[in-house]
Design a protein around this ligand. Structure first.
Ligand code: NDP
Ligand code: MG
Length: 401
């Protein structure tokens, strides 16, 4: 039977990559729902290409609610959430409530309300498969090399587990009568970061960078917001929080390393001191493919890397130049609503930078200032999360004006 797929943010970078993966295998997938925000013309083109899909334009009057009810009505098997920013949170929740697994690119869903989203997925027995390339790498590395499963909802059938992990750590433990606490196996998660276009600039030079400079990402071709976040390293900050929440790791065990080639997507260090890494071309169709076919590994026909002339470099990130990193570690450590606020304040600051209202180096200053308030509330209820998001945005807007 074909899997019925919803692609949210279909007109964006992730959306286009997802539709490309889906189009390569019409026997396995059928698109049932497509959403766009402002891209009406592009949505019209997609409507012709995927005639069975229900199109929703969320910028229209009532468009957001239309999308939430369309998710309930179409009840997709998998929802690819490629919406950018905080606007992705409610659709993630609506998708799980509609009985859909989620292939999640929208990291903001986890950063803003990860505990809530994970708890809901567990309740509804639905899986959240990360599409963010680093988290996809960690998700699969943990699955292959440890007894950790982060599929939140569905427990796999025994024979399925055998098929995917012929000799799992759990089975080894059983066979050898070893008892090991799960949390001891993974020593740390190492997220790789390209370092963005400014990794070699000095702090002084950073003061004068333009929007055009910040949008020129050296390795990835992505939407505007995430491209600016890559330049300020707020993207890695969001991903540090995403990893802590998604994989239940303390912030001290989630590291970041600059890797300009973006070939190694992330690594895990196990308690035996061995590090496992996942490598592929920097092409988001890889993690999307893996999420859509999960739990089965299938041929992708995507280009593989060649080792003929491959040079991989790794550096320590400069946290003085990129304060968004330390702010993220602190927000992750504090928990509660701090991660949500980190995202809200940064979103406002990035918009202001794109509108040339503030300097690039003001982005962390604004975020830090907003985070200084007391945000120690309950992050398990959607109403509180949305109210906090609004409050933090208002604080950031006031600072800017
Ligand atoms: P894009 O800006 O390219 O696309 C965003 C999509 O979301 C578009 O379809 C846009 O519609 C839609 N959208 C924008 N605002 C809203 C809104 N308020 N409500 C509903 N839909 C909206 O972003 P990306 O594809 O780059 O990123 C999407 C998400 O995936 C982000 O969370 C990002 O962090 C994450 N991600 C992206 C990666 C990448 O390589 N691009 C890598 C890893 C994660 P329209 O264009 O029609 O206005
Ligand atoms: Mg990423």
């Amino acid at each position: 039977m074909k899997k019925r797929i919803a692609v949210l943010g279909a007109t964006g970078s992730i959306g286009k990559s997802a539709l490309d993966v889906i189009s390569r295998d019409p026997d396995s997938f059928e698109v049932v729902l497509l959403s766009a925000h402002t891209g009406k013309e592009n949505l019209d083109i997609l409507k012709k290409k995927f005639p069975c899909a229900l199109p929703v334009l969320t910028s229209e009057e009532g468009g957001k609610d239309k999308l939430l009810s369309a998710l309930a009505d179409t009840a997709p098997d998998i929802t690819v959430n490629g919406i950018s920013g905080a606007a992705g949170l409610e659709p993630t929740i609506a998708a799980i409530n509609a009985g859909s697994h989620v292939a999640l690119a929208n990291k903001e869903s986890i950063v803003m309300a990860g505990q809530l989203v994970k708890r809901l997925a567990e309740e509804k027995r639905k899986n959240i498969i990360p599409v963010d390339s680093e988290h996809s790498a960690v998700f699969h590395l943990l699955r292959y090399f440890t007894n950790k499963e982060f599929n939140h909802g569905v427990t796999r059938r025994e024979e399925e587990v055998h098929l995917i992990r012929p000799h799992t750590e759990t089975q080894r433990h059983k066979e050898h009568g070893v008892i090991q606490r799960e949390e001891d196996t993974v020593k740390e998660i190492i997220l790789t970061a390209s370092g963005g276009p400014f990794r070699n600039l000095s702090l002084n030079e950073l003061e004068n960078v333009t929007v055009k400079d910040a949008l020129a990402h050296p390795t990835w071709n992505m939407g505007k917001k995430i491209t600016i976040d890559s330049a300020s390293m707020a993207n890695k900050g969001l991903e540090i929080i995403e990893a802590c929440v998604f994989f239940n790791m303390p912030s001290s065990k989630v590291k970041a390393v600059i890797h300009p080639q973006s070939i190694v997507h992330s690594m895990i260090t196990l308690c035996n001191g061995v590090i496992y890494a996942q490598l592929s071309k920097p092409d988001m169709r890889h993690p999307i493919h893996d999420a859509l076919y999960w739990p089965v590994t299938t041929p992708s026909r995507l280009e593989t890397i060649s080792f003929d002339s491959l040079c991989l470099e790794f550096y320590k990130p400069d946290t003085n130049k990129f304060p968004m990193l330390n702010l993220a570690w602190k927000a992750a450590e504090k928990g509660a609503l701090y991660p949500c606020v980190y995202n809200s304040a940064n979103e406002i600051a990035v918009s202001a930078f794109l509108e040339e209202k503030i300097k690039f180096t003001d982005i962390p200053k604004i975020t830090e200032h907003v985070l200084e308030a007391d945000w120690s509330g309950n992050c398990l209820d959607l109403e509180t999360v949305l109210k906090t998001d609004k409050e933090a945005r208002n604080k950031a807007i006031n600072l800017i004006s």
